[in-house]
Design a protein around this ligand. Structure first.
Ligand code: NI
Length: 174
């Protein structure tokens, strides 16, 4: 296993759509293991392949992210291959949503309260499940990454332009 470099906005791989995985090869399995390790090391509750420079439709998330009893010691993660949201309903505001690829920024984002996700597991088995609340937010956030969308694309134009200016300033200073 290896810790991968997490790319940050405005890196190109974060801004373009990813392609479907066609066959879960050993290479894909290794990538998934590395993504899980990288996510916990960061630490974060979810990670999408474009964040490590691979534009393939793969996400991982902390299996205990929605468990209020979780003390953070478990390193169990779930991988979803070619995940898609096939149904969504209700609405919530995510509480200070953040992203490992969007440094030094968080914002409240309007999200669906419930989503139904269809995907393959790492064994290639088809699965379908309903996610609520925090888990639903994670699904929307991570699946957005596969379409080149960041949470800053889902906030007001004004807030987004303030963030973009901040990044431009930081990059100039480097
Ligand atoms: Ni993210």
């Amino acid at each position: 296993m290896a810790i991968l470099k997490i790319l940050t906005y405005p890196e190109k791989s974060l801004l373009q759509p990813s392609v479907k995985v066609d066959g879960i090869t050993d290479e894909i399995k290794k990538l998934v293991e590395d993504m899980g390790e990288t996510m916990f090391e960061a630490p974060g509750v979810g990670l999408a392949a474009p964040q490590v420079g691979v534009n393939k439709r793969i996400i991982v998330y902390d299996s205990n992210a929605a468990n209020p009893e979780d003390d953070g010691s478990s390193k169990d993660f779930t991988a979803l291959i070619n995940p898609e949201i096939i149904h969504s309903s209700g609405s919530i505001v995510s509480d200070q949503e953040a992203c490992l690829s969007v440094v030094d920024y968080s914002a409240d984002v309007n999200r669906y309260e419930t989503v139904v996700v269809k995907a393959l597991d790492i064994g290639g088995k088809a699965l379908e499940f309903e996610a609520h609340g925090i888990l639903a937010v994670i699904m929307q956030h991570e699946i957005d990454h596969l379409d080149g969308i960041l949470f800053i694309d889902r906030i007001s134009l004004l807030k987004r332009s303030i963030y973009k200016k901040k990044v431009a300033k930081l990059m100039k200073a480097q």
